[in-house]
Every structure is written in C-alpha cells, then in structure tokens.
Write a protein that binds this ligand. Sequence first.
Ligand SMILES: [Zn+2]
Ligand SMILES: [Zn+2]
Ligand SMILES: [Zn+2]
Ligand SMILES: [Zn+2]
Length: 164
Amino acid sequence: MAKTPAQIEKQKREAEKRKKRDKAILKIAREMPDDPAEEVVTPPIPGNGVKCLRCEGTGHLILDCDICKGQGKMVVRCRKCAGKGTYTQLAGPCSRCAATGVLEDGTQCPRCKGRKLQLEFSSPCFKCSGTGTTKVACKRCGGSLRYKSPCGNCGGTGIYQPKP
Ligand SMILES: [Zn+2]
Ligand SMILES: [Zn+2]
Ligand SMILES: [Zn+2]
Ligand SMILES: [Zn+2]
C-alpha cells in the first residue's frame, strides 16, 4: 500500500518522538540511585546508655563450656543400676533344701550354704556395660562446648547504662 507524503511525514515525527522518549527514560534510569543499602535499625538507646561493648550489644556472651571439661559430655552415675554396674536379684527360697538350710542327711545345703535362700545372682548392667556410669550430653552446652551466657555488664539488654 502506497503512502502519501503526509503519512510519511507523520511516521517520521512519531519515530522522532519515540527516540526522544527513550532518551528521557534512559536519562532517568541513569540518574536513579542504586538499590538503597539495607538499613540497620538500631533501637534508640534510652537515657545516657551506650551499646554494651562487652557483648557488642547482643546482650549475651558466647563462652567456652568448662563444666564438661571440653568433652561435651558428662559422666553420670548409671540410673539403671544406681552406679553399681550390676543388677542384683534375690532368687527366692532355696529349692535344693526346700528352704530348710540343710539336706536330708543333716549337712549344710551347699547351694544356699544354710541361708535357706538361694544365692543372689547378679548380671552386668547392659545400659552402662557394667561400668556403673553413663555419658550424657553436657547439660550446659549440649555437646557444642560453647554456651550462651547473659552479659552481666549490661544485664542482658545490650545497653550499658553508666551508673549515675
Ligand atoms: Zn548401669
Ligand atoms: Zn539350700
Ligand atoms: Zn559443656
Ligand atoms: Zn552486654
């Protein structure tokens, strides 16, 4: 389809306009600031307080755990066997001598040695493998060897208030 000179002129003008607009947009884009840096919001410090330097304002300190002596575990008495390492049980009345302590011939029963009760028997505690102790994760550091302690300098607030 042939174009009239007027149409061609109009097209030219529109192309010009577009160029101008694109230029303007580019200019604006160039002048726009980069993404604003993340703002760090620090709460206002009341009175004449200052950020506690001991805990860097966190209110707590990360300390090395010393109660587990750097093991992360604590040796505790085995609860299953009360630290004895063995279970001890009475076996009940002696069956060899019918709990009389003597045999029919009047001699002392060799099984209960006259005690009328069968010997106690014991078995090693499976929980502690007979050692009487078990290891549990350190209660304070949970095995991490480090623990959080409230900062005494600022009372856990992160703000140090000079005494008036
Ligand atoms: Zn045990
Ligand atoms: Zn007996
Ligand atoms: Zn510990
Ligand atoms: Zn502090």
